[in-house]
Design a protein around this ligand. Structure first.
Ligand SMILES: [Cu+2]
Length: 120
């Protein structure tokens, strides 16, 4: 379990304990593109995340396995979105991780990460 997933789990638990429909108001990451753990034979043209409710992404980084950052072009203007997309700069073969932080629709800070590989 990554640190991001632990934080996510903690936030979800907090929402459930708080009750009164808070869990229903909470935004969750539903899917990503590439999928977590994907092995691709070509660089993705887009990095995308889908949330069940609008999420305001305050930070998103695409990093290589040695920690170098790959530029991501965002067009969301930090607006709350259910479908987030960003265009990555040129990427060669290797392992990549996307780290993100955001504010869920219930106001809770959220974060997470997912990883994929590009093979030659
Ligand atoms: Cu929450």
């Amino acid at each position: 379990m990554t640190a991001g997933n632990q934080l996510l789990a903690a936030c979800l638990a907090g929402c459930i304990i708080a009750g009164s429909g808070a869990a229903l108001a909470h935004s969750k990451k539903e899917s990503t593109m590439p999928a977590d753990g994907a092995v691709l034979d070509a660089a993705p043209s887009v990095i995308a995340m889908t949330f069940d409710q609008p999420m305001r992404l305050t930070l998103i980084r695409l990093v290589t396995s040695d920690g170098a950052e790959v530029e991501l072009t965002r067009t969301d203007g930090m607006a709350p979105l259910t479908e987030f997309e960003a265009a990555p700069a040129e990427m060669g073969p290797g392992a990549y991780t996307i780290e993100w932080r955001g504010l869920a629709s219930d106001g809770h800070p959220m974060d997470g990460s997912f990883s994929f590989r590009i093979v030659e």
